[in-house]
Design a protein around this ligand. Structure first.
Ligand code: NAP
Length: 358
């Protein structure tokens, strides 16, 4: 019987991975985390499935090895991702399993590349299988099916609670392997300081006035280069300026341990939630040189829960791996999932409250 390990299965992302994989009846689920009671509770909510709660601390080599043993796929939703890097991927591949990471990004791929595991000859490791990164690099491809747009604008954001673990990841999202603030992609390269924050603007699909911060992520640069767009602008959208302010204060305080700023980031996210309630919007807009009729120029996707939707993407990636639709090697989810099929599947998912492709 197929065995799928979901590490961090009691978290905001992991719970949905367990829920969807259970519903799709893909095999036995081994659900792991440090608090056995929490993972047992998640397993108990999936009575029909074969679920096995397991206590595991990913920082304990033997426990992690035991968790990955006999798995066909390991889905990692534990973190902080930018501290965990390739640790779980290596254990999964050593056990002969495929690997899916709801985050990870290029920094984890870099770490894995330092000493590539032999398991990659016939197994795949797929990183950034979430919403952003993930869908943010996948869905814009639907606006480029008839050739690259001259310009692509990406706006992703809204209001969501940020737990302590994800707050650490938000604070670690710094440096060129993550992206460049205020930069755009222009004519084949990164154009530094090309953009300014859009303060208090109205954007389609976002509630009230929002603040859009230009951040040319590494994912967006790869997308622009691959599609051959002349210009790409990538914005993270906030409903208040509380989060960018909290991040800026933390990054300015270089001597303090990162953890000291976690409560401020979490509180800023709460302030956003109080302002609008939970919602997340992905807006992609293309400008074509040849705006022929029928050529798509705008894609909008709405969800009340960006964390849970990341779990759906991670679960879809695990399913594609089990169906042998992803070749061996190391990948970003945005570069191996099918944009069309993913959008079709998401449109039917209860966590997606609206999709418009026009
Ligand atoms: N790509 C995207 O769009 C996206 C979106 C949201 C989140 N993420 C990423 O997804 C990851 C999970 O976020 P989340 O909000 O779901 O976090 P969360 O709610 O805090 O859940 C974390 C899970 O991991 C487990 N865990 C934590 N430390 C562990 C350890 N040392 N060993 C084993 N298990 C451990 C936790 O259980 P115990 O505490 O009991 O161990 C829990 O089950 C983060 O890395 C986050 O950055 C990505």
């Amino acid at each position: 019987m197929t065995t799928i390990g979901v590490l961090g299965g009691s978290g905001a992302v992991g719970r949905i991975v367990v829920d969807r994989l259970t519903a799709w009846e893909l095999g036995k689920l081994r659900v792991g985390g440090r608090d056995l009671e929490r993972v047992a509770k998640v397993c108990a909510q999936a009575p029909k499935a074969h679920t096995e709660p397991m206590r595991v601390d990913l920082n304990d080599r033997d426990e992690l090895r035991g968790f990955c043993a006999d798995c066909d796929v390991v889905v990692n939703c534990a973190g902080p991702s930018y501290q965990v890097l390739d640790r779980v991927a290596r254990a999964a591949l050593a056990a002969g399993a495929h690997y899916v990471d709801a985050a990870g990004d290029l920094v984890a791929i870099d770490a894995l590349g330092d000493a590539p595991p032999t398991g990659l000859a016939d197994r795949a490791a797929v990183f950034s299988a979430g919403l952003m990164p993930g869908l943010s690099g996948l869905l814009p491809r639907l606006l480029a099916v008839d050739g690259p747009p001259a310009r692509l604008d990406i706006y992703v954001g809204g209001a969501a609670a940020i737990g302590p673990l994800s707050a650490v990841d938000a604070l670690l999202t710094r440096g060129p392997r993550f992206g460049t603030a205020l930069a755009a992609w222009r004519n084949g390269g990164i154009a530094p300081n090309a953009l300014r924050p859009l303060r208090s603007v109205a954007l389609p699909g976002f509630r009230g006035r929002v603040h859009a911060w230009p951040f040319l992520s590494a994912e967006a640069s790869r997308l622009a280069a691959e599609l051959g767009v002349e210009e790409l602008r990538n914005y993270t959208v906030y409903v208040t300026e509380a989060i960018p302010r909290a991040l800026a204060a933390a990054w300015a305080d270089e001597d303090a341990p990162l953890e000291r700023h976690v409560p401020a980031v979490a509180a800023a996210a709460e302030a956003d939630l109080a302002a609008t309630g939970p919602y997340y919007t992905m807006l992609f807009q293309a400008v074509h040189h040849d705006p022929a009729p029928g050529r798509p120029r705008r894609l909008e996707l709405h969800t009340p829960d960006s964390y849970a939707l990341s779990g759906v993407v991670a679960a879809l990636t695990a399913r594609d791996l089990l169906d042998e639709r992803i070749p061996p090697g190391v990948h970003l989810a945005a570069e191996v999932l099918s944009p069309r099929e993913t959008l079709t599947l998401l449109a039917d998912d209860p966590l997606v409250t609206g999709v418009e492709l026009i």
